[in-house]
Ligand binder design. Structure first.
Ligand code: G4P
Length: 532
């Protein structure tokens, strides 16, 4: 089908956009790097604006009590900043290992990922898990090896670890000269330019300046012995012959990752990462919908909701649906068609976020994230268009892994409890199930910490005190069957193990994988799905 396309000026704007996420194991330096990115993008003027765990000061995007108490970031924030003529959309992901589902959804909404690895720890568990998801979508990956100012693992060991554990080929773009107390700088492998790591005496805090010389420049003799230069040249030749040069197609297909080294805390080497994102990172292109491939350059607006956040501002009790724009452009006051509910609304007040501040947007382009206010009728995964009846197939629903029944501490607020849980489930924080056989409420989550978040949010946002009770459920599967008669028979025979989820779809509860396998072998016509 021939679709009208945007004019050249608008297409150029799309080409200047990069939508990306940063993923890492907690404590690798993601927050520090985010802050340095925002400094480079001139969104903030001084370090320490985002958060400092020790001083307990938080950026405005960290709005939850539990985040303050535990010093972790549990909600995903979205930030746009301008860097060298490009608009960069950074979708922050929660660092704590328990918040996997939200993180997974972010990873399906970005076009590129930056992975951060702590050089003193090499590849850690959480990075492995996140990388698996990024690999599902073959997202291009840029790798930053951080904390070279601390004693680090051998470079070859880290590269080996990345290739083996993350299953991606490494192509180092620069190479560190020493680490810890002996960290002297970086050398660019192709140009052989050496960037010296020198404290900026004019700035009070940990800022380092880069002065660069060619590897053969005589001035370097003031910093390195002849032996050191000889060894460095040998190392560079070895690295180049082992790892070669970056193949852009392999990078875009998630097969090779460019590797950069540096120290986020010292703001050393961070700019290389952003420069590579602009140079090699993909601009928003096309996405699959239920009916066709949608190109970003098409004139008509389309987008999908990847996140819903309620009560971002407690004073306003508002809920915001975050839409990733896929095609066309958003213009303030335009009519948007909400495909699932078959309704049209005029959107005047879409917002975006700058380090936690919300701003009303006049125009937005593919790759951008717009937040629209919502009264509870928008769900994660919903599609918005200018009238076309299609759905983006972007947001998977993962089956939860931990279950408890939830009930009120005092029995008067059942309605409020239900309202709170319904909203939290629409935000994707929790899966809510109503068993066929009784009136209990079962909730399912992916990470244990989510249980605490739910109680906390029910208490502060919905004024409901709730408690948990153990249940004997260890997994669920969404079920369906093309043959209605067989499906009815299955439902009758397994009544006590069935429940409705929040979308009124039927799920099967099992006490063990053994029992599930048994049931699956007994009812061959029933489809059991782990991901919805
Ligand atoms: P995260 O978001 O990935 O969890 O990590 P975060 O940036 O909060 O960094 C974790 C700790 O590592 C912080 O120290 C931070 O200052 C430190 N860090 C980050 N990058 C570097 C680096 O390049 N070099 C060194 N030496 N340290 C780095 P903290 O003591 O836990 O917290 P804070 O009081 O400094 O905020």
């Amino acid at each position: 089908m021939n679709k009208k396309i945007l004019n050249q000026k608008d297409i150029l704007k799309i080409k200047k956009r990069r939508t990306f996420a940063i993923i890492s194991h907690p404590d690798s330096g993601k927050t520090t790097i985010t802050e340095k990115f925002l400094l480079l993008g001139k969104v903030i003027r001084e370090a320490g604006t985002i958060k400092s765990k020790k001083s307990n000061k938080y950026a405005k995007s960290d709005w939850m009590n539990i985040e303050k108490k535990r010093g972790i970031s549990v909600t995903t924030s979205v930030m746009q900043f301008f860097y060298f003529d490009h608009y960069l959309n950074l979708l922050d992901t929660p660092g704590h290992e328990d918040f996997s589902e939200d993180t997974y959804r972010v990873l399906t909404s970005v076009d590129c990922c930056i992975i951060i690895i702590d050089a003193s720890k090499s590849v850690e568990k959480r990075t492995k898990k996140l990388m698996k998801v990024a690999r599902l979508k073959n997202i291009p990956i840029i790798t930053f090896i951080n904390k070279l100012d601390r004693d680090s693992h051998d470079v070859i060991k880290i590269l080996d670890d990345i290739e083996k554990k993350l299953k991606i080929f490494c192509v180092p773009i620069n190479y560190p000269i020493g680490s810890g107390k002996d960290f002297k700088g970086l050398v660019d492998i192709d140009t052989k330019k050496v960037f010296l790591y020198k404290k900026d005496l004019f700035k009070k805090n940990k800022n380092y300046i880069k002065i660069y010389y060619d590897l053969n420049n005589i001035i370097l003799k003031n910093y390195f012995s002849n032996n050191e230069i000889f060894q460095l040249k040998k190392d560079l030749n070895l690295i180049k012959s082992c790892y070669g040069s970056l193949n852009k197609i392999n990078f875009l297909n998630g097969i090779e990752t460019p590797i950069f080294f540096g120290s986020a805390l010292s703001n050393f080497g961070i700019d290389n990462v952003l420069n590579s994102l602009i140079k090699w990172g993909p601009y928003p292109k096309c996405r699959n919908s239920s009916t066709r491939k949608v190109q970003s350059t098409e004139k008509k607006f389309s987008g999908f909701v990847f996140k819903i956040q309620a009560n971002m501002n407690l004073k306003h009790h508002d809920r915001i649906a975050f839409i990733r724009i896929v095609s066309g452009k958003y213009i303030k006051g335009m009519k948007l068609y909400h495909v699932r509910t078959n309704t049209i609304s005029i959107v005047h007040n879409a917002v975006n976020f700058l380090a936690g501040e919300r701003l009303i947007i006049n125009k937005a382009y593919p790759g951008d994230i717009i937040g629209i206010y919502n009264k509870g009728n928008i769900k994660i995964g919903d599609t918005f268009t200018e009238g076309e009846n299609m759905n983006f197939l972007e947001i998977p629903k993962f089956s939860p892994e931990l279950f408890q029944s939830i009930y009120l501490k005092n029995s008067f607020n059942q309605k409020k409890l239900l309202r709170g849980l319904k909203q939290l489930s629409e935000e994707g924080v929790v899966h809510l199930f109503k068993p066929f056989c009784n009136n209990s409420l079962i909730i399912g989550v992916i990470g244990r910490l989510q249980f605490d978040v739910i109680l906390e949010r029910l208490k502060f946002e919905y004024k409901v005190l709730a408690k948990y009770r153990k249940v004997n459920i260890s997994l669920i599967r969404w079920i369906s069957c093309k043959n209605l008669k067989l499906f009815e028979k299955f439902k009758k025979e397994n009544y006590i193990s069935l429940a409705y989820d929040n979308n009124n779809e039927i799920v099967f509860f099992s006490t063990s994988i053994f029992r599930l396998n048994l049931i699956m072998s007994k009812y061959k016509n029933i489809i059991f799905s782990k991901i919805k």
